[in-house]
Design a protein around this ligand. Structure first.
Ligand code: FES
Length: 106
C-alpha cells in the first residue's frame, strides 16, 4: 500500500492508503477525500482533478506531459506545482506523497 496525505487549502490533513497503480485521483475518490471532482473519470478531459504537488515531491512525481499541460490551462489558478491527479499513478517510490488540494475546482 502507498500512503498519500491530502492537505486542504485550510491546512487540514488526511492520510489515506492506495494500491500501486491506482491514480492519486482514484485514491481520493475511494476514500471520500473532498476537493477532487474528477468529472471525466480520469479521461484527461476535465481538469477537475487538479491538485498541487508539495514542493518536496515534485521531482519524484514528475512534470505533466503535453496533453496534461494543455488541460491544466482549464484548471483554476494552476501554477508550477500543478498536476492532474488522474495522471499520477501510485508507485512505491511515492509512499508518503503529500498533495495540496486547491481552494476550488470550478
Ligand atoms: S479526472 Fe478529468 S482530467 Fe482528471
Amino acid at each position: 500500500m502507498v500512503e498519500v496525505t491530502f492537505v486542504t487549502h485550510k491546512g487540514e490533513k488526511r492520510t489515506v492508503e492506495g494500491h500501486e497503480g491506482d491514480s492519486v485521483m482514484q485514491v481520493a475518490l475511494n476514500n471520500g477525500v473532498a476537493g477532487i471532482l474528477a468529472d471525466c473519470g480520469g479521461a484527461l478531459s476535465c481538469a477537475t482533478c487538479h491538485v498541487h504537488i508539495a514542493p518536496e515531491w515534485i521531482e519524484k512525481v514528475g512534470r505533466p506531459g503535453v496533453e496534461e499541460e494543455t488541460m491544466l490551462e482549464m484548471a483554476v489558478d494552476p501554477d508550477e506545482t500543478s498536476r492532474l491527479s488522474c495522471q499520477i499513478p501510485l508507485t512505491g517510490a511515492l509512499n508518503g506523497l503529500v498533495i495540496n488540494l486547491p481552494a476550488s475546482q470550478l
